[in-house]
Design a protein around this ligand. Structure first.
Ligand code: ADP
Ligand code: MG
Length: 514
């Protein structure tokens, strides 16, 4: 089944059909905010000096087939995964042991840990933390031919594309079902004529998490009391703004919560903590209305996940300033650190202490085993280890990817490059990396993508499914809100190793279940 579904999908397009779909998709994208600001590589800064232009997000013309069993399983496990990462974040001692192993080889992890230690020394004033997570998977095809859900990584900071992925699902659904009556938008194919992509509730799910945190913050800690708001901390050069606006618009319109965007470089200028208030509320003065002051209940980070965002000690001061405030952080520094690839590797260790079960003590053991079933083999590179052997041997390296403790794409080393890369590093630095076996998705999948420079690419593809989840918890481990829903499908050329949409490797897609 897995093979046959892909063998004639998607149907061939005549040039008239392709022209029609490309026009329909590029217009739909702008009309409905399925858009990004173009990178200077696509539109040179001289042609766009005021940054007014937007273009379609890279997107597939067809939804991609995805095995229903894997999709259902990924959804079924998300709330347990939410719990797992909340539970890890609450165990500062366990996380600290892992971080200690990375500090001497990884300045970024070390600096994040220092922020935590500084705030811990002074004393945290907020015992709630919020996670907006995305668990990424591929449908691995084993030798038996059956697809199995395998996790690529778990994201605990700036999990993006919830807003745009919901729009892709809407676009594919409209193409499949309109005009009223039989659709003539796509050529005939049994899958296209029988299915529409499942509902995508990513915006509702992620917004519900932010709204739950806003609510749980309680009343203003200022005297006299101040109006409350949520702040999105964003990168000053962010191009994926419409994805973020989808969430802030939903929060404003549906949840009636004021939302502001503050660039990370402006945090110390536009927000402050009154020195005479031991509750340390985070106050925000909008530059467009300098007489207004809001108290920030929740800080949602769509920034601060990559070392190149911290160009000076001022950026670290800004991060510390947010962390020590009474605002609920999404994520806290500890929660960000729980998303290290090293944590994922240790959870996946087949022998030794069963960390997974101890973090999920109150979860049914069969469910814990299903979570474990999504782990692909991962290894550390300690002397004499299996990981070291697999990474240095050019034959076995071909079936692996080498990952550092980073987010956001473009940091991994793949296959044949691994042995030489490792040899180029001092051996003492190897402990900052983990080796992961490659997941092998369906070999014959194809699709057609409209890139954001207008190029149309058809070819063999690999799809990666992300499931969104949100959880609000107390540092005691008590959970106040745990919810899952909504998905991201990213599809890339089969020969491409990396996977990010923003990084220019993948296109946004939606799923047809089979
Ligand atoms: P990042 O945090 O930079 O997003 P990921 O672990 O998600 O790092 O890796 C980036 C991309 O590399 C993924 O989107 C995926 O396409 C590919 N990749 C990572 N791990 C694997 C794996 N085990 N098997 C196949 N592809 C992988
Ligand atoms: Mg990733």
């Amino acid at each position: 089944m897995t093979q046959s579904i892909y063998s004639n999908y998607p149907p061939e397009l005549s040039s008239a059909q392709q022209k029609f779909l490309v026009t329909a998709v590029k217009d739909w994208a702008i009309q409905n905010g399925l858009a990004v600001r173009p990178s200077p590589a696509i539109v040179a800064n001289e042609s766009n000096p005021n940054g007014v232009l937007a273009t379609n997000a890279p997107v597939t013309l067809f939804p991609s087939p995805f095995p229903r069993t894997c999709f259902t399983e990924a959804n079924a496990l998300q709330e347990v995964y939410n719990k797992l990462y909340a539970s890890i974040t609450c165990n500062e001692e366990w996380l600290g042991e892992i971080v200690k192993g990375l500090i001497e080889v990884d300045d970024f992890v070390s600096n994040l840990w220092k922020v935590h230690l500084a705030v811990q020394k002074e004393g945290y004033v907020q015992n709630l933390a919020l996670g907006l997570f995305r668990s990424d998977y591929m449908a691995h095809v084993s030798s038996s031919g059956e697809p199995a859900l395998k996790q690529v990584e778990f994201n605990t900071i700036s999990s993006s594309f919830g807003g745009l992925s919901a729009r892709v699902r809407q676009m594919h659904t409209e193409l499949l079902t309109s005009p009223p009556g039989p659709s003539v938008n796509y050529p005939f194919h049994p899958l296209l004529n029988s299915e529409v992509p499942p509902e995508n509730t990513a915006v509702e799910t992620l917004s519900s998490g932010l709204a739950a945190a806003h609510e749980a913050y309680g009343v203003s800690k200022s005297t006299p009391t101040l109006p409350l708001c949520v702040v999105f901390v964003v990168q000053a050069t962010e191009r994926n703004v419409f994805d973020q606006h989808a969430l802030s618009e939903h929060l404003k319109k549906v949840h009636k919560i004021p939302v502001f965007r503050v660039a990370s470089v402006d945090i110390l200028e536009q927000t402050f903590i009154p020195g005479d208030n031991s509750a340390r509320p985070l106050l925000y003065r909008p530059p467009q209305s300098p007489d207004s002051v809001f108290e920030v209940t929740t800080v949602y980070l769509r920034a601060y996940y990559s070392p190149d965002e911290y160009t000076s000690s001022r950026d670290w001061d800004a991060r510390t300033h947010l962390e020590r405030s009474a605002a609920i952080k999404c994520p806290t520094v500890l929660n960000q650190l729980s998303g290290c690839k090293k944590v994922q590797q240790i959870l996946a260790e087949p022998t030794g202490l069963d960390h997974l079960s101890s973090f999920l003590k109150d979860v049914d053991s069969s469910l814990v085993e299903r979570v474990r079933g999504t782990f692909a083999p991962q290894y550390d590179l300690s002397p004499g280890s299996k990981g070291r052997e697999l990474a240095l041997n050019p034959v076995t390296a071909m079936n692996h990817v080498l990952k550092p403790q980073r987010e956001g794409g473009g940091n991994n080393i793949y296959k044949a490059d691994i042995p030489e890369f490792l040899q180029s590093l001092p051996e003492s630095d190897w402990k900052g990396w983990v080796l992961m076996e490659l997941i092998n998705p369906a070999p014959n999948a194809q699709n057609v993508a409209l890139r954001n420079d207008g190029e149309v690419l058809r070819g063999d593809v690999i799809s990666e499914l992300g499931i969104y989840g949100t959880i609000l918890w107390e540092d005691t481990g008590k959970i106040l809100h745990n919810n899952q829903g909504g998905y991201l499908l990213r599809t890339k050329g089969k020969e491409v190793n990396e996977g990010g949409v923003a990084a220019g490797f993948s296109s946004l897609d939606s799923v047809l279940l089979f």
